[in-house]
Design a protein around this ligand. Structure first.
Ligand code: SF4
Length: 373
């Protein structure tokens, strides 16, 4: 029998405070799990998990200084960069992802922001192509203007990802090349279209629990809340400023997932980077705590991820089913490029560059210079 969420008055709140969220996060674990699992069951089928495939359509060479990211050009890491993939390459990968059970393809490009021009036109064509394969299409391309968001929507984009990463206070300790308000403005631009919002963050970057709560305040007080919230555990990559961070424990991940589920009951909570470090039991507890989406494929942009067949084995073991596409919202219509009502405006938006000094970012940059001399 198909799962039917219980009908009840919406309990989604948009006025969560940091104190309330901290109280939830710090509850005795069994109480936290019970509350999260109960909330989860009210809004979602507990036996269904969305499987998404993340595709790096343009890797490396990024001008930003995100302290966790091996794609930042200024750090010395061993990732191999590549130029923007062709539409046919992307189509072939999307077909493979669909055949192995993915209902969503998320395309990531290592850009600071979207620039009008031939490369963006190529991405729009990728969006049209994947939407026509009846898969949900998501993009993560950096900051976008309202017009760019409208062009993506018109091409058939289902979701746009733009993570807040952490609290506004801790964001400044990780990234100096852009501001938190620009992140929020991009989310706002996406909200002016029918495209759904995917926005979450990373734990294990050296932040305090209060910063995790701060990020959840920022996300949960958005109205509407993001339809998808990825929770990543930092994968500390050699050469990045955060290379020495200790891995977060599974208990922290479970607490973060459960708290996210309680404060954002309707969202898809996405168990993202860091799954290779988690046991099957740990992942099962995250699903119980309300995670209902994973990324499949052996790579998450550039960091390792469990193999699809391992994931499918785990699904079988736990009696989980992959979610079909367009369950939460109807498939968008694709408008062809020649019929588009939004044109390339050749915009040159002035996104901010705080450029304050973050010591560990500076050190990693210097080290990279030394190594490439
Ligand atoms: S996270 Fe994105 S914006 Fe930041 S350095 Fe990496 S690719 Fe660039």
């Amino acid at each position: 029998m198909d799962f039917q969420p219980k009908k009840f008055m919406s309990s989604t709140r948009h006025n969560w405070t940091k104190e309330e969220i901290l109280d939830i996060y710090n509850k005795p674990l069994m109480e936290l799990l019970y509350e999260a699992a109960t909330t989860h069951r009210r809004h979602h089928d507990p036996n269904t998990v969305q499987v998404s495939t993340l595709l790096s359509i343009k890797t490396g060479g990024c001008p930003e200084d995100c302290g966790y990211c091996p794609q930042a050009a200024r750090y010395h890491t061993d990732i191999e960069g590549n130029d923007l993939m062709s539409v046919s390459q992307v189509k072939a990968q999307a077909l493979r992802a669909k055949a192995s059970g993915s209902s969503r393809v998320c395309m990531g490009a290592a850009w600071r922001n979207v620039k009008d021009g031939p490369e963006f036109d190529q991405v729009l064509e990728m969006v049209r192509t994947i939407n026509k394969l009846d898969m949900e299409v998501c993009c993560t391309l950096g900051m976008v203007t309202e017009n760019q968001a409208k062009r993506l929507a018109e091409a058939g984009l289902y979701a746009y990802n733009h993570n807040l990463d952490s609290s506004e206070e801790y964001y400044k300790e990780v990234i100096s090349t852009r501001g938190y308000q620009d992140r929020l403005e991009t989310i706002d631009n996406v909200r002016k279209t029918n495209v759904t919002v995917c926005s979450g963050g990373i734990i294990g970057m050296g932040e305090k629990v209060a910063d995790r709560a701060g990020m959840l305040v920022a996300l949960s007080t958005l109205n509407p809340q993001p339809e998808s919230v990825p929770i990543n555990a930092l994968v500390a990559v050699e050469g990045t400023p955060l290379e020495d961070q200790k891995p977060v424990s599974i208990w922290e991940m479970i607490r973060m997932v459960a708290t996210t589920r309680i404060v954002m009951p309707e969202t898809q909570v996405r168990l993202s980077a860091g799954r290779t470090e988690m046991s099957r039991e740990g992942q099962a507890m995250c699903f119980f705590a309300g995670a209902n989406s994973i990324f499949a494929g052996d790579k998450l942009l550039t960091t390792p991820n469990p193999d699809v067949s391992e994931d499918m084995e785990l699904f079988k073991l736990l009696g989980l089913n992959p979610q079909k596409p367009f369950i939460k919202k109807m498939q968008p219509q694709t408008v062809e490029a020649e019929d588009s009502q939004y044109q390339d405006l050749g915009e040159k938006p002035k996104w901010t560059r705080p450029e304050h000094k973050i010591e560990r970012n500076e050190e990693a940059k210097l080290k990279a210079k030394e190594l490439t001399k």
